[in-house]
Design a protein around this ligand. Sequence first.
Ligand code: SF4
Ligand code: SF4
Length: 414
Amino acid sequence: MEIRRDTFWNISSDMQIWFYILAGVASVIFFYGFYRRYRLWNRGRKEKIQWKNIKENFGYFSHLVIRQTKLKKDKVAGAMHKMIAYGFTALFIGTVLVFIDEDFRIPILQGKFYLIYELVLDIFGLVFMVGIVALLFIRGGKFRKRMLQSKMDYLFLILFILIGIGGYIAEGIRLSETNIHYAHWSPVGYVLSHLFSGSRLFNGDTYLFWWLSHSLFAFVLIAIIPFTKLLHVITAPLNILISPVKRTGDFDAVVLMKDDQKDRIDVRHIYDFTNLQLLSIDACTECGRCDHVCPAKLSGKDLAPRNIIMKIRDNMLENKVISSFISTEELKQCTNCSACVEACPVSINHVDLILAMRRGALPEELLNPHAEEALVHLEHDENIWGSPWSEREDWTKGLNIPVLRKAEKTSREA
Ligand code: SF4
Ligand code: SF4
């Protein structure tokens, strides 16, 4: 008997047509959603992707995406995320291979390669499912404080589980009904096929239902990715790869500029951020690692770096004024310690974003008008009074203030 994949076993040709129609609809929604987001990023100021950054980021990419080392600090959550990410990647590659084999008519899923394919995918599918179920449990337990308890997150996890259950049951029925001699190369399906033998619920007649449930839930997942935080499966690795290379704690040099200058470094509206910064914001996984280390957040202040990122992301559809959804208090409370940047597993630079918004907020009473004026004078004349540099001591006249001259020591040092 020939060893090869029978993708549409027991599925009528009419149903196969419907399958392709729905797959097409899901793909169109996915690409439309992704393009919509891409257009939003491009409304920001243009910053070119630098190849030298990609080269330098490559090692970092393997560190963060492949080995996921930043997630190790939370041992349990890190292990779960690894299982989900590795499982998801293996299943995605497996689906692409089916697509090439079935739709491009390039016969790759046959013989020994197909047996190994079945073994690897069956195991990684199981790893993925275990990771998802464990994450469901730990979300409600130990890590509750750091993780957001959004209903949407639970729905994603349940959707993943439904896709997995439908897939394994369909496989178990197929193996049970066809009795192929290489069924043991799909260990999970093989065990299920024995459990299903003689079952009324899991047999050739109900196969269509399980196969459909697997396919339809998978299409729903594909369609919602660009409209939800699941977009991070694409944007997070992308951001890690292309984000500007900087040492943590390095700040951009600031030059005060007039409003009409194009290359402004202050951010008053959302699209004053650069395209790469807007993309980086869409990479947020809402994991809360930044909040967990932020001194402002930990001391009960208004500032929470995750909130800052999520608020920008959720308002990105319009060029809103930043001050309409982020208060100057929040911006003022940042100490620029960079702990959030260090903790973020997807290379978001909160400090650059906050500093740019803080500069943008200067005219909006972040500073009182006199302090702002003094800073501008300091920048232009090196004298906060706005008079020439040589007159900067004049304000001390008549006040009897001692002036320390070169090589003189203060009373403490003496
Ligand atoms: S840089 Fe600012 S936002 Fe980030 S951890 Fe420090 S205080 Fe919090
Ligand atoms: S900004 Fe980074 S650390 Fe903070 S929640 Fe998003 S992904 Fe997690």
